[in-house]
Write a protein that binds this ligand. Structure first.
Ligand code: AMP
Length: 282
């Protein structure tokens, strides 16, 4: 396995891999967990070369966000990557990604980027789509693996690739959860024991929503308010948003027929967590 830091070296490595050999990219911010590993494993199955990028991207953090304290654990990440048979761990330095005077940003416009996470975290997706575009240009991956856990981000990545005619195929993989249903996330490292217990409320609320719909609930507004009520019963939890949307467009639905997506963002203490689940029938 190679550890590459310089962008020019990454590009040189890529140029030496010729079709029909394929390259898979797993973009991450590190502090790897089983969710990341599920993406790496899929890439390993499908591609000749697997590159994982580890870069805590400052442009996707807002003021007051957790950029400074975001968990960083490169030596452990390298060990895990090696175990999974990764070919390259790419860790570009921030000064190389965004040198002094950096000024080019890529933004998907419209509700897909301005609603939900986009509304709660202004500028977040601009940072995400900018860094993804940069990584795609450096690594030129045939396939790029993203998690459904960050559902809106994954849809935006698809849109970005489609509309900028980029040559990578976005593969979206299911959310990996702990036994108690909590979605794995690097931010779970922030939670103390009490908060970790309280974090189960996100998945519990989604499962309840699923049950209500199974039992015949068809009103999305009622699902939203029932989910909020349920989350509010947990004293450590503070709801940011709950939404019932069309899984393809993320537009709010007026009634629940067919498959819908329920998304929620909840702070547990000072840690903001997100989760989502598809419910109803296709
Ligand atoms: P991050 O390091 O948080 O930026 O995540 C890197 C990639 O891993 C993103 O595509 C995430 O959606 C994905 N990911 C994070 N958590 C999970 C999870 N629990 N299950 C599946 N994929 C995940």
């Amino acid at each position: 396995m190679r550890l590459i830091k310089e962008i020019s070296q990454m590009k040189d490595y890529r140029k030496k891999i010729k079709a029909p050999q394929t390259v898979g990219l797993v973009p991450t911010m590190g502090a790897l967990h089983q969710g990341h590993l599920s993406l790496i494993r899929k890439a390993r199955q499908q591609c000749d070369k697997v590159v994982i990028s580890i870069f805590v991207n400052p442009t996707q953090f807002g003021r007051g966000d957790d950029y400074q304290r975001y968990p960083r654990n490169l030596s452990e990440d390298i060990k895990l990557s090696e175990k999974e048979g990764v070919d390259v761990v790419f860790t570009p330095p921030t000064e190389e990604m965004y040198p002094q005077g950096y000024s080019t940003f890529v933004q998907v416009e419209g509700p897909l980027s301005s609603a939900l996470e986009g509304a709660s975290r202004p500028g977040h997706f601009r940072g995400v789509t900018t860094v993804l575009t940069k990584l795609f240009n450096m690594i030129n991956p045939d396939y790029s693996y993203l998690g459904e856990k960050d559902y809106q981000q994954a849809l935006l990545a698809k849109k970005l690739v489609e509309e900028l005619n980029l040559d990578t195929q976005i593969i979206i993989l299911p959310t990996v959860r702990e036994k108690d249903g909590v979605a794995l996330s690097s931010r779970n490292f922030y939670l103390n024991r009490e908060e970790r217990r309280a974090a189960t409320v996100l998945h519990e609320a989604l499962k309840r929503a699923e049950l209500w719909v199974k039992e015949g609930e068809r009103n999305p507004f009622s699902v939203v308010s029932r989910v909020k009520d349920l989350v509010r019963k947990e004293p450590l939890a503070k709801v940011d948003y709950v939404a019932v949307v069309n899984p393809e467009t993320l537009e709010k639905v007026e009634d629940i027929k067919g498959e819908v997506l329920v998304l929620l963002a909840v702070s547990i203490g000072s840690t903001r967590l997100i989760d989502n689940m598809r419910i109803g029938h296709k």
